[in-house]
Design a protein around this ligand. Structure first.
Ligand code: SAH
Length: 346
């Protein structure tokens, strides 16, 4: 199996069959070998730097009904909220003072934040913080709306493809959502000059090694700047309440494969990783990740943005969390830096 890792290191791609073989045949020894290589590749480009992104959870209203997501439309037990422009700006101010140079506005697909309202928010943030990058993660939209966001100052967009296989996609989403449209959005975003992030959940219901191989091949086609992956974690008020969670082990393995496929990729060690294991975040970094996205949302809304059960750090002030994170990273030999943290060409 080491020969497959060596081949991936050299060619940055494998065939679907080889990816399946690598994923299904993994062992703890092979994982260690993969992680060592992933760290080496990452350090050649990004050194020991950890980029931070300030996450602002804009709204938990959503018009969609994804079967896995805790803030899906049908969950009537969610107490819904929306942040005002002033609240968003207050989050940015706090984040800027703490050293954040990227703000990520993430939320459900909420028609309240229509194009005009978003453009106004984006322009104001950009005027106040011209040295910062703005990232959006607000789901699917038209080319025109994405173009308006870009024009108003958005630099990056995160939209996980979730699963590249259309049949698997249909097992995770209602009929109104399709893999095809999700992919169309990603290519539109690239065309508009966004730095684009995609990604998928690991261990989502019905997922097999074959699906993961297809995810990797789709990403090779998209060639994104960022890829976020995290374990699926069940939420007790969704149709997937009884489904098993994804594992730390497989998520780390997939993360390291991504690093070998795309040496310059910005890869977050996600909150979901930190949620399924107390050292998940650190292990993500040691498997090739180079980004962390601390939460800047107001404390009183954190509990309400519960996309899965037991999401961590809901009670910590951004400053407290950041101090903890810096210490955790220092302990494993990495350093949180003050920087926009743009994609570096090799
Ligand atoms: N509405 C936006 C943001 C979604 S939240 C959008 O459509 O892109 C960001 C990501 O959280 C999702 O893309 C999904 O991959 C992940 N997510 C949602 N529910 C999850 C769960 N139960 N377990 C793990 N990850 C989940």
């Amino acid at each position: 199996m080491r020969d497959l890792v060596d081949k991936l290191l050299k060619n940055r791609i494998l065939t679907k069959e080889e990816f399946i073989q690598l994923i299904s045949g993994r062992t703890p020894e092979l994982s260690q070998y993969l992680f060592e290589n992933a760290r080496r590749v990452r350090e050649k480009i990004y050194g020991k730097d950890i980029y931070i992104r300030g996450l602002i959870e804009l709204t938990n209203y959503c018009k969609n009904d994804c079967y896995y997501c805790g803030i899906r439309k049908s969950n009537s037990n969610v107490s819904r909220y929306r942040l005002s422009k002033e609240q968003v700006l207050a989050c940015c101010r706090q984040g800027y003072d703490l050293g954040f140079r990227t703000f990520v506005l993430q939320g459900g697909e909420d028609p309240y934040y229509h194009e005009k309202r978003m453009v106004d928010i984006l322009r104001t943030i950009k005027q106040s913080y011209p040295d910062c990058a703005i990232t959006l993660s607000l789901g699917e939209n038209s080319y025109q709306t994405y173009a308006a966001y870009r024009e108003a100052g958005a630099d990056r967009y995160l939209l996980r493809h979730e699963t590249a296989n259309p049949m698997h996609y249909a097992q995770l989403h209602p009929d109104s959502l399709t893999a095809e449209n999700r992919k169309r959005c990603l290519f539109d975003l690239k065309r508009l000059g966004f730095q684009v992030g995609s990604g998928f959940m690991v261990g989502s219901p019905y997922q097999r090694a074959e699906h993961l191989a297809e995810d990797l091949l789709f990403l090779a086609e998209l060639n994104p700047h960022m890829v976020g992956i995290g374990p699926f974690i069940s939420h007790h008020e969704t149709p997937f309440a009884k489904e098993k969670n994804g594992t730390l082990e497989l998520t780390l393995f997939m993360l390291a494969i991504l690093r070998l496929m795309f040496p310059s990729l910005l890869i977050p060690s996600t909150t979901a990783l930190g949620t399924i294991d107390p050292f998940g975040r650190e292990q993500g970094i040691l498997s090739g990740a180079n980004v962390v996205m601390p939460n800047l949302s107001p404390l009183d809304v954190r509990e309400k943005y519960m996309i899965y059960d037991n999401k961590i750090a809901t009670g910590l002030e951004a400053s407290e969390y950041l101090d903890m994170l810096k210490e955790q990273m220092r302990k494993i030999g990495y350093e949180v830096v003050v920087a926009r943290g743009d994609y570096k060409q090799e």
